[in-house]
Design a protein around this ligand. Structure first.
Ligand SMILES: [Zn+2]
Ligand SMILES: [Zn+2]
Length: 416
């Protein structure tokens, strides 16, 4: 399959003819043996700007996205200040246009300041470019507020993305509650902390008819609830992260309390991980998102209990999923494209995730055979908090094209 790109759009798709030369003035990328995917969409990243640019900025975060094979990202609103009204949304859109290497779609708050008390200026934010609402970093928590938000977002046709967690159940926990946490003497966060919130959200979504998206789903029980609710007609989708698909709470022990294994929701049990893999294959999980959460090295270089939750993920998502889920886990490349491009675009209602003629020329080229070592010192992100440093993985993005422009190239793929 050949793709012809003219003026930033897909102009033609055709079967290559023998002996046909390249366009006289155009550039040709020979992607023989590679996957040519519609540009990948990461629907859950933290870009930290405004307010925490020492961790990441829109410029560095989108550079990391491009290096990781993503042509679009949706950024969570827990910035400083939180993105709960027109001015922050407008700032993000403008800054992304000026300095962004890839497309940036802001996610606005559900509640003012993410405090869970009063609804944020949802209408204003949607008109300024917000594609979803979420208080991620925190659960919405207040079910009455959740009800109002789901009713309100229905008017705009956007999803409400919830970080499902019962704060009372997970209070002061730092890792998954189970055998390993007992062994390590660390305070646990039970799976029920997520499942209680998922159950509440599903009931409220069913009542309102609003569109619910469960962020970073991590337990077998949560998945079963989503599966059942969907059968009953509830408008619910969910995402899983590469780290929950690849690591378990045993990694906390194996890493000797490395704070780069500390995230929220925490790494779960092997049984949960297997359930997530099953959810990828059977379609219960709609999308894979990195939950890219940059933290400065000084903040992570403290005792496990004290370290902030979260790891970066934009530059390791593709190789982790290709190596562990496609090559070794039976995930079909076509499902890979659904999970990382088509579905997140559909959930967010953005015109991405396709290589149809006339679509924006956002293209990700992946070499499924390329083997490389993860080296955080080479990352474009400003932060280095990854548990995957030193891992050797096979299957890396080699070129990222946004609107017809090559924004990242690993090694010129025999171009002329
Ligand atoms: Zn979250
Ligand atoms: Zn997050």
């Amino acid at each position: 399959m050949d793709l012809l790109i003219v003026d930033g759009r897909i102009a033609e798709r055709r079967v290559p003819e023998k002996g046909r030369g390249a366009a006289p003035d155009g550039r040709v990328i020979d992607a023989t043996g590679h996957w040519v995917c519609p540009g990948l969409v990461d629907m859950h990243v933290h870009l930290r700007e405004p307010g925490q640019e020492h961790k990441e900025s829109i410029e560095s975060g989108t550079r990391a996205a491009a290096a990781g094979g993503f042509t679009s990202v949706a950024c969570m609103p827990n910035t400083d200040p939180w993105n709960d009204g027109l001015s922050v949304t407008e700032y993000i859109v403008a800054e992304a246009r000026r300095k962004g290497m890839v497309n940036v779609f802001p996610i606005g708050c559900v509640s003012k300041g993410g405090l869970g008390v009063e609804l944020a200026e949802i209408g204003d934010m949607v008109r300024s470019g917000a594609v979803a609402v979420s208080d991620d970093g925190r659960p919405v928590g207040n079910s009455h507020l959740l009800r109002m938000a789901l009713e309100y977002t229905k008017i705009f046709g956007i999803p409400l993305i919830d970080h499902c967690e019962d704060a009372n159940l997970s209070a002061s926990g730092v890792m998954n509650e189970g055998f390993v946490s007992t062994l390590l003497g660390l305070k646990g966060i039970p799976g029920a902390s997520e499942e209680v919130a998922v159950a509440t959200d599903l009931a409220v979504a069913a009542m309102t008819g609003g569109r619910l998206h469960v962020a970073h789903i991590s337990t077998r029980g949560s998945l079963e609830k989503v599966r059942r609710a969907r059968q009953e007609g509830v408008a619910v989708t969910c995402e899983a992260t590469p780290h929950h698909l690849v690591l378990t709470d045993q990694s906390v022990a194996d890493s000797r309390y490395d704070p780069n294994t500390k995230m929220n929701p925490p790494l779960r049990s092997e049984e949960d991980r297997q359930a997530l893999l099953q959810g990828l294959l059977d379609g219960t999980i709609d999308a894979i998102a990195s939950d890219h959460a940059p933290h400065h090295a000084d903040e992570k270089l403290v005792e496990y209990d004290e370290a902030p939750f979260g790891i970066i993920g934009l530059e390791t998502t593709v190789p982790l999923i290709v190596d562990r889920c496609v090559r070794k886990g039976g995930l079909a490349p076509a499902r890979f494209v659904e999970l990382l491009s088509r579905n997140p675009a559909r959930i967010l209602g953005i015109k991405k995730g396709t290589l149809a003629v006339g679509a924006d020329a956002d293209v990700t080229i992946i070499d499924p055979e390329l083997e490389r070592m993860v080296d955080v010192s080479q990352f474009k992100s400003k932060s280095r908090n990854s548990p995957f440093h030193g891992w050797t993985l096979r299957g890396w993005p080699v070129a990222t094209v946004v609107g017809g422009r090559v924004v990242h190239e690993l090694q010129p793929v025999a171009s002329r």
